[in-house]
Design a protein around this ligand. Structure first.
Ligand SMILES: [Zn+2]
Length: 412
């Protein structure tokens, strides 16, 4: 064994590998994992793993604990600055999200904070946020831009993501250029020109700089149209970038069908989607990323989960971490809400924050699963069972998180 090799053991292990004949979560009681060179070298019943580990040290043994893949948060806007507590007070006083946006709040208020952020401020805020996410067992985070709304500020957000991704003590970052999020005030008079700038100028430059792996568009009745997102996705495809879409949050304008046409990695939100849209997503292999904190904040009806199951759409659960509609950094909180407000089953939720979330980020077989050869991204919980992450909720006790076999952050 190599000097970096180690073993962890726990009273329960979920691998999230459904090919083991051990249910959808591939669960073992009294299990262990052997990590070598940042990868999973063996996982399974304790005795088998210890035999394989040939004397590698058992660094943590939690007979009453749970070992799982590190959580994968597949939809966040985590590179933000500022705070939207004032507009929350407006909402409590009865204003709706769209009315607040029309009054200069919402995305545009965070745009001002991002544009006004000093040198290094976005990177510092993002690093701090990612560190707090790691303390909730999260080891991979998708991070979107979309609050700069001009080329330099969008790049500043993506550069903050690139900066954070150089730090092995933080969760892995998957950067997404949220190219069409909102029209900035200066573009209101010439919307077509704004979209054209994004598609023909900013996107190719961001792609050339290697700052994004995916391109995202917010397609909705008060956001961008299907034809605008289509032009963006066409350009993204030419540049070799994957696509994802904010789809059906307020109205079904055909965004799910658009995402499916481009075999997008994901269509996210989907509170409003037709059966035909869901069938198209299932056929395309495009994941449905469900964001229960956002619909809870906005007091919306849940997405049609039963129709999604019938259609066979892959389900992912994410935090949507953002300063307005999902003001949380906690993927475990989103998991609890997915259970209570969406009626997702425990194994659907767990797969939706591990193996399915990783797949939706292009990390299939690498992250989100404990399997020989996968990256050793792990969470060791002070919890007796995986269901104990769903209830009680919001602040699960974590013993340690590892990314590529490296322990993240400070001791909790
Ligand atoms: Zn979002």
């Amino acid at each position: 064994v190599t000097p970096d090799a180690f073993v962890l053991a726990a009273g329960r292990v979920i691998t999230c590998d459904d090919s083991l004949g051990r249910g959808p979560l591939g669960a073992f009681d009294d299990g262990a994992i052997f990590v070598e060179r940042g990868r999973v070298a063996a996982v399974g019943p304790r005795a088998d793993v210890l035999a394989r580990a040939q004397g590698a040290p058992l660094v943590d043994d939690r007979p009453g604990g749970l070992l799982s893949p590190g959580l994968v948060d597949a939809h966040t806007h985590a590179a933000w600055a500022g705070s939207r507590h004032d507009e929350y007070a407006m909402r409590l006083a009865g204003e709706g999200y769209e009315a607040i946006a029309a009054a200069g709040g919402g995305i545009v208020s965070t745009m001002r904070a991002v544009r006004g952020a000093g040198p290094g401020e976005l990177a510092r805020a993002l690093r701090a946020r990612l560190g707090r996410m790691a303390r909730q067992g999260v080891t991979t985070v998708e991070v979107k831009s979309g609050y700069g709304l001009d080329e330099a500020s969008e790049r500043a957000q993506l550069e903050a993501a690139a900066d954070a991704s150089t730090d092995a003590s933080l969760p892995r970052v998957v950067p997404t250029y949220l190219a069409l999020h909102a029209l900035p005030p200066e573009a209101k008079a010439d919307r077509a020109r704004y979209v054209d700038d994004v598609v023909r100028r900013w996107l190719p430059a961001i792609a050339r700089a290697g700052l994004a792996r995916y391109v995202d568009a917010y397609v909705d009745r008060n956001a961008f149209r299907v034809d605008e997102a289509e032009a963006l996705f066409d350009a993204a495809r030419t540049l070799g970038l994957g696509t994802r879409a904010h789809a059906g949050q307020f109205a079904d304008v055909g965004a799910a069908e658009l995402a499916a046409r481009f075999s997008a990695a994901s269509a996210d939100h989907l509170e409003n989607v037709s059966d035909a849209g869901l069938d198209a997503l299932a056929r395309a292999g495009t994941a449905a990323v469900l964001l229960p904190v956002a619909s809870w904040t906005l007091a919306q009806a849940p997405p049609p989960v039963e129709a999604m199951r019938r259609a066979g759409v892959r389900l992912v659960v994410a935090s949507d971490a953002n300063p307005g509609t999902a003001p949380t950094e906690s993927l475990p909180l989103a998991m609890a809400f997915a259970a209570r407000s969406y009626g997702l089953l425990d194994h659907e939720i767990w797969r939706g924050v591990t193996v399915e979330a990783a797949r939706a980020l292009g990390l299939e077989g690498e992250a989100g699963v404990l399997r020989e050869g996968a990256r050793a991204d792990l969470a060791l919980w002070l919890l007796p069972h995986e269901r104990a992450l769903l209830q009680p909720w919001g602040a699960p006790p974590l013993a340690a998180a590892y990314r590529d076999g490296v322990r993240l952050g400070a001791d909790p």
